[in-house]
Structure formats: C-alpha cells, structure tokens
Design a protein around this ligand. Structure first.
Ligand SMILES: [Fe+2]
Length: 449
C-alpha cells in the first residue's frame, strides 16, 4: 500500500465540528502569536475594523435587496466565444463576489447520465461508506466511478477552470501555470428530498489557524494585518503557492492549491433544495475574520474565533455576525451547470432539502499546476491505479475490489495529462513567463520520478 499519510476511515463529518468532530484546545502559544503579528498600536486595527463595518453595512443593503441575483452568471458559450476567457464585465463581478454560476458546462442530458450511472454503481456495491454513517445517502465515499473520471476531464470543464484560474495573477517568477489545470479527485453528493442532516454551517476551507500561523500563508494577508484591508488583493497567487494550509494533517484538508472550489450539478437544484450558500463578497469577510481576533478586546485569549488545529475555519453568528447575516443561496441551477467559489469564500449548505427530487453534485474544484499540486497529483495517481481512496480523504478504500471502477487503461490523452500520467509539453516559444515554464518543468519531473 502506498499512502504517505494515514487518514482514518470515516466520512465528511470528521471535518466539521458542528457535524460531530471534537474541538481541540487552543494552545497558549497562540496568544504569543497574536502579540507577534498584530500591529503594536491597537488603534490601527480598531480604525481599520470600523471602516470595514461601514463598508459591510453598505454592501449588506445591496445583498439583502438583490439576494441570489448578486452572484454573477455566465454561459459556457460566452466563455467560448470570448477566446476561452471570462468576459471583462464578469471578471470584475466575480472578483468582488468570489462566486460564479457557469451555465451549460456539460450538456444537460450527459450530466443526467453521469448521475444515473453513478447511482447504478452505488447500487451494484452495497456497503460503500458515506454520510450519515447509519444510512449513507448524501455524501458518498466514491471517487473512481467512470462518470466522475469523464466529468472531471470534460473539455468544457477544463476550459472553465482555465478561464477561472486566469482571473488570478502573480509574480512572473512564481512557479504556477494558470493555463494548465490538474484534476483533483473528490467525492459527490446525492441529497434526497426532505434531508435535514447534511447541514454544513458557515465555514472556510483551506485550514484555519494556518492563515495566521504559517508565515507564507500569512503573507497573503499582509495588507489586512497592517490594517490596510482596502489594498488587499484576494486574487494574487504569489504567496499561496507555497502556503502551508494544513499544519495538522486535518481531515478535509486539500493538498492541492484549490484556487476555486466548485461543483458540477448532476440534477436540477433550486434555491431551498439543499444548495450552497455563500457570503457574496471576498475582500471584506476575509478582512473581518482575519482582523477580529487581533482587536484589542480579543487579545487576552489565545482563541482565534472559529479556528481550531486540524479543522476548517468556522464562521459563526456569535463571532462573525456581519458575515453570517449576509449569506445568500446560489441561484437555481440546471443539470450540467457549475458553481465555483474563491478559496477564501465563506460558504455553507442549506439546512433542508425541500425539493421533491434529489439535489446532486460532483465536487470538482479548479486546481492549477504548481509544484504542490503536482506532488499531490502523483500520490493521487498511485491511489487511482490501485483503486484506493485518494490521499486527502478518509482511508475507506471502498472501491479497491470493484471490477467496474475506472482504471488508467480507459483514459484519453487529455485525461492522462490532467491525471499526471503523461508530461505536459514544454513550449519555449517566449510566450510563457519564467514561472509558468518552471511549473511545467517541475510538474514533468515530479510525475516521472
Ligand atoms: Fe467547504
């Protein structure tokens, strides 16, 4: 068995304190960390936070008035007819809102076929783990069905991720290639009508305490920690590439650089049908949850407000009311549409599924090529070859003996590229930046080791 970490068996509930995971103690050393990283003059953050509250109150008026409609939408056709890039008017909206709905990524009928073939796969193999444990029917520990492999590498899905990646920017020497997206293999949700158990409260993935504790991760937020949150750029990749988002080998940590989280709908999903909820702003909520634990009145405790080692960042009514009060559900989507949200977007899942049909998605993020992602891709590839659970997920290895799971032999050339089986071309035509080229060379070296 090849597994460099030993995740416990389990399901998605091990990630979330409010689904039953325990809350560890916060070590007193975190009080020292607070003193080390907060401005020496407490009025700097106080004034910055007051300006922030002012801005958030103004934004709240628009969010409450427009609801789900504040979330920008674009069609696959608009991206294609714009040379594979998001239209400019959409880029500024996505940058502000952090979330986007993309219509018609996959043909509606094909997306419906994905779901029925996955349901058949699950029925053929009783006993697959999932959530909830006593009667898995929501988040299945399934990674290697044929449909998931097809969806993750669908040409339109790849084009979507490249368009999204490219609204980010960074230092030209930073080793990342936003034009090459790698495939991150995650699970899926089939949420039945009436369900009230898969109820994820507000949170942010990508670690919790790590944002303050890891020096490189913290550099992403330098402007915020200096009280100059207005100058913070959430779309600068420079310090995210090497940021350590998982200092505690947390269940639920993502070892790739997941620039946007995302899902592809494999059913109709209406608002109220157990769909995603987001705070439709990026800069302001990030400034809020990053600065608040460092305000003078919160400097006598080691608590970082919703952050525990080995857990995602919880966003709560108690600690973050200005964020929680301004969350909206994503608009109705059809089968084959996708929703993507920035890696620092505060998100949740509607508590109840009130449709009469299932509410189902394949979780597929946008994960551009950079050394960290390439290293994980190599480990993921090995688990795929052996039919084991990918390294980031609970080690159930449910699909190991399934003869009908996807195997490397069925992959097309495009799928092999995304899954790390064959190298990417190293085009030295002068168009690529130093960093882009380095990312490709490093990728090819890592996957061939
Ligand atoms: Fe999440």
């Amino acid at each position: 068995m090849i597994r460099s970490t030993n995740k416990a068996k389990g399901n998605i509930s091990s990630v979330f304190a409010h689904l039953g995971a325990s809350k560890p103690e916060i070590d007193p050393r975190f009080l020292e960390l607070k003193k080390q990283i907060a401005p020496k003059n407490p009025t700097i953050l106080r004034k910055a936070f007051d300006r922030l509250l002012n801005t958030m109150e103004k934004e709240a008026l628009e969010i409450r008035q427009r609801g789900s409609a504040v979330i920008p939408e674009v069609t696959m056709e608009e991206i294609q007819s714009n040379g594979g890039r998001l239209p400019d008017k959409i880029i500024s909206e996505v940058k502000k809102r952090g979330t986007i709905v993309i219509r018609n990524i996959v043909d509606r009928h094909l997306a419906a076929e994905y779901k029925s073939s996955i349901q058949e796969y699950i029925h053929r193999h009783p006993g697959i783990a999932g959530f909830p444990e006593d009667n898995p029917q929501k988040v299945w520990e399934v990674y290697w069905s044929q449909a998931q492999i097809q969806a993750r590498s669908h040409p339109n899905f790849t084009a979507t991720t490249v368009a999204l990646n490219n609204i980010w920017h960074g230092d030209s020497k930073a080793p990342i290639n936003l034009n090459n997206n790698l495939v991150y293999c995650d699970r899926l949700r089939i949420r039945q009508p009436g369900d009230g158990k898969f109820n994820l409260a507000g949170h942010i993935d990508g670690g919790s305490l790590e944002r303050w504790e890891d020096p490189e991760y913290r550099r992403c937020y330098t402007k915020i920690l200096q009280g100059k949150w207005e100058e913070y750029d959430p779309y600068d990749v420079t310090h995210r590439i090497e940021a350590n988002m998982d200092l505690y080998d947390a269940p639920g940590g993502c070892s790739m650089f997941r620039i946007f989280q995302g899902w592809l709908a494999i059913s109709k999903i209406q608002t109220g049908g157990g769909t995603l909820r987001v705070c439709p702003l990026v800069k302001e909520p990030t400034a809020y949850f990053m600065m608040k634990p460092l305000l003078e009145e919160n400097m006598s405790t080691s608590e970082f407000m919703g952050a525990w080692p080995g857990r995602c960042q919880d966003i709560t009514t108690e600690d973050h009311p200005h964020i929680v009060d301004n969350m909206v559900s994503v608009p109705d989507v059809d089968c084959g549409d996708g929703v993507f949200w920035h890696c620092d977007t505060v998100h949740a899942v509607e508590p109840y599924q009130n449709m009469t049909t299932d509410s189902s998605v394949l979780y597929i993020p946008s994960t551009p090529m950079c050394p960290r992602s390439s290293k994980y891709l190599k480990r993921q590839r090995i688990t795929f070859e052996q039919g084991m659970t990918p390294p980031d997920f609970p080690a159930n290895d449910c699909e190991k003996e399934f003869h009908d799971r996807a195997t490397p032999s069925i992959l097309t050339k495009e799928q092999k590229l995304g899954m790390g089986f064959i190298p990417f071309p190293e085009e030295t035509n002068g168009i690529m930046t130093e960093g882009q080229l380095e990312a490709i060379r490093e990728h090819n070296r890592i996957i061939s080791e």
